[in-house]
Design a protein around this ligand. Structure first.
Ligand SMILES: Cc1ncc(COP(=O)(O)O)c(C=O)c1O
Length: 369
């Protein structure tokens, strides 16, 4: 029986054709301030989707976050509010700027709790990074309101939420800067890749500078920068994936609908990301299991179903952050890390496979929840 992975890239003839055309052109990258033909094509499609003024392609979601923070002027002495229930990159980029991550607990939907922001702010707080976890939009209006009162910047980590909407607007377009990842497992991918979106001309200019060693014309470094350029081959694949994104999202949504209908009767397994004012990218379909999460996970994996846990260890509990002295109790974060389980819903899964996932879950959960 074939193993059903949690996420796989959906690549086809169009991606092959675009990648091959880059090889044949000999123009594998473009170190100009604006970037190459395919970088521009990917950026234009992202801009159109997000309805923003600027998109700057970079070579990872991590680079996007780092560039966004540097462009916003985050540096030594600053504090940045972040969730701990996220991928470690969200906090690592704060450290990379010489600033201090301050961890804030999450809500039942696994996103940062806006009610806790005010209490976590100090005179040194420079920014807050809400993460749209699993592709489900955070409470952006409340977050923005708490931040604006204290002149704190909001920078979205939309690495998992490409295509998700909050109150009719795309995630990543709801704050000063939005940061995306095109990593191999994401809803649209170029293997590695990322982007920063913004409506602010000056921030866009600075992100472009960070992308390319702070240079405009070459060897005229005017800002701290790195090589965060997206290669043309990856940009070509990313550009094609943007065309296919609506179909990917539709198929993910229908796979989730199928699962939810089949699993409603399983007691002790709850889906908590379904407020009516926002849509989900369904990057991960995640359930809260009342008990025995690891036993259910082991049974699913043994049955060839690639269920997975994101994230077993909250960032502030990882060895690096423990060494840095983070020991705070974050009750919701801890509980989520002990109870969540994600099931495969990626667009390459047809009805037969989704049926296997549903049956597999019911069987694995039997007597355990
Ligand atoms: C929430 C979150 N933030 C940041 C990143 C970093 O993106 P990348 O792996 O492209 O550097 C990821 C994904 O890997 C992520 O899931």
């Amino acid at each position: 029986m074939d193993f059903i992975p949690i996420n796989v890239p959906a690549m086809g003839e169009e991606e092959k054709k675009a990648a091959l055309s880059v090889i044949e052109s000999g123009l594998l990258t473009d170190s100009s301030y604006e970037g190459g033909k395919w970088v521009k094509s990917f950026e234009r499609k992202m801009r159109d989707l997000l309805n923003v003024k600027h998109v700057i392609a970079v070579n990872s979601g991590t680079a996007a976050l780092h560039a966004a923070l540097l462009a916003a002027g985050v540096g030594p002495g600053d504090e940045v509010l972040v969730p701990s229930f996220t991928f470690v990159a969200t906090a690592n980029v704060v450290l990379a700027c010489g600033a201090k991550p301050v961890f804030v607990d999450t809500k039942g939907d696994y996103n940062i709790d806006p009610a806790l922001l005010r209490g976590a702010m100090t005179k040194r707080t420079k920014a807050v990074i809400p993460v749209h976890l699993y592709g489900y939009p955070a409470d952006m209006d409340e977050i923005r309101e708490a931040a604006t009162r204290k002149s704190v910047r909001v920078i979205e980590d939309a690495a998992e939420s490409l295509g998700a909407e909050y109150r009719g607007r795309q995630t990543g377009s709801l704050s000063e800067e939005g940061c995306f990842s095109m990593y191999a497992t994401k809803v649209a991918t170029s293997g590695e890749g990322g982007a920063v979106s913004t409506d602010d001309d000056e921030l866009a200019d600075r992100v472009r500078l960070v992308r390319n060693h702070g240079m405009v014309h070459g060897y005229d470094t005017r800002h701290l920068g790195f090589n965060y350029r997206l290669p043309e081959m990856a940009a070509a694949i990313a550009s094609v994936q943007m065309d296919r994104l609506p179909q990917f999202l539709k198929k993910r949504a229908s796979n989730v609908k199928f699962l939810r209908e089949r699993l409603t009767s399983v007691p002790g397994a709850t889906f908590t990301q379904d407020a009516g004012d926002r849509t989900h990218s369904n990057y991960l379909h995640t359930l809260f299991l009342r008990r025995n999460r690891d036993k259910v996970l082991a049974k699913l994996n043994a049955a060839g179903i690639g269920a997975a846990v994101y994230f077993k260890t909250p960032v502030h509990r990882t060895p690096l952050y423990a060494k840095l002295g983070y020991a705070k109790e974050l009750r919701q974060t801890q509980s989520a890390s002990e109870h969540v389980l994600s099931l495969p819903v990626h667009p390459k899964l047809g009805e037969e496979e989704m049926d296997r996932v549903a049956r597999g879950f019911v069987a694995a959960a039997d007597g355990l929840l």
